[in-house]
Design a protein around this ligand. Structure first.
Ligand code: SAH
Ligand code: DHB
Ligand code: MG
Length: 224
């Protein structure tokens, strides 16, 4: 597919509605310099996360998959005073780069990075009675996406918005019997969303400067 037009329109939208400041540009540069893969969301996607965070007046945000902190910065900037993003990251090197970028963006008081396997950290959060989140952004490893979503439900209240990145993956989700666990992982989530009574959900296809992909958007109707 010729993505030039989609990329150009994404640049146009970003220029008008999601311009990057120095802290965001530095975040991408430092992620690249640390030889961490550049798989962060785009500026326009960052702005979409902000729109959802503002729409639900989010004070408490949970993120799975910090990378260099790019999406974390967009999310933290949508918080009111006293608000918090808790972001989970497996790789200590990613977490260290992200912490520097968050400090550089003067968001240290609004962001807490927890290093560890998301599955274990989420189980601990549930066991310790962590207060429910207003918005959850799932963007860590793809194979356990359904399990992450189910754990996110247990950290939700009625009205919590749960957003999952990378659920279209260039359309590869149409293929059955795929041998890539990242594809079968998001297929399992998508199928679950279709029959999960606890949420109202849809999937947005996304084109632009990143690969053809999509995000699932769910609102919690009734916590488990
Ligand atoms: N949200 C980021 C991109 C995240 S990329 C942004 O848009 O800027 C996915 C991240 O999830 C990587 O940093 C990877 O190290 C992390 N990750 C992979 N497996 C994980 C796991 N089991 N638990 C927590 N984080 C994990
Ligand atoms: C991958 C992961 C992501 O979160 C993303 O947005 C793009 C690609 C990946 O693991 O390939
Ligand atoms: Mg992603």
């Amino acid at each position: 597919m010729d993505n030039t037009l989609f990329e150009q329109v994404d640049q146009y939208i970003g220029h008008l509605l999601a311009p990057e400041d120095k802290a965001l540009i530095d975040t991408t540069a430092s992620t690249e310099a640390a030889q961490i893969p550049l798989i962060s969301i785009s500026p326009v996607q960052g702005k979409l996360l902000q729109v959802f965070a503002r729409a639900c007046n989010a004070h408490r945000i949970l993120e799975l998959g910090t990378l260099g902190g790019y999406s974390t910065i967009w999310l933290a900037r949508a918080l009111p005073a006293g608000g918090k993003v808790i972001t989970l990251e497996l790789e200590p090197t990613h977490a260290a780069v992200a912490q520097k970028n968050i400090d550089n963006a003067r968001l240290a008081d609004k962001v807490e990075i927890r290093v560890g396997r998301a599955m274990e950290v989420l189980e601990q959060m549930i066991a310790s009675g962590e207060a429910p989140f207003d918005l959850v952004f799932i963007d860590a490893d793809k194979p356990p996406y359904k399990e992450y979503f189910q754990l996110a439900l247990r950290l939700s209240r009625q009205g919590t918005i749960i957003i999952c990145d990378n659920v279209v993956r260039n359309g590869s989700i149409l293929e059955t019997g795929h041998n890539d666990e990242r594809v079968t992982g998001v297929q399992r989530l998508n199928e679950y969303l279709g029959q999960c009574r606890e949420v109202t959900a849809t999937i947005l296809q996304m084109v632009g400067m990143k690969e053809y992909d999509g995000m699932a958007i769910a609102v919690v109707e009734q916590p488990q």
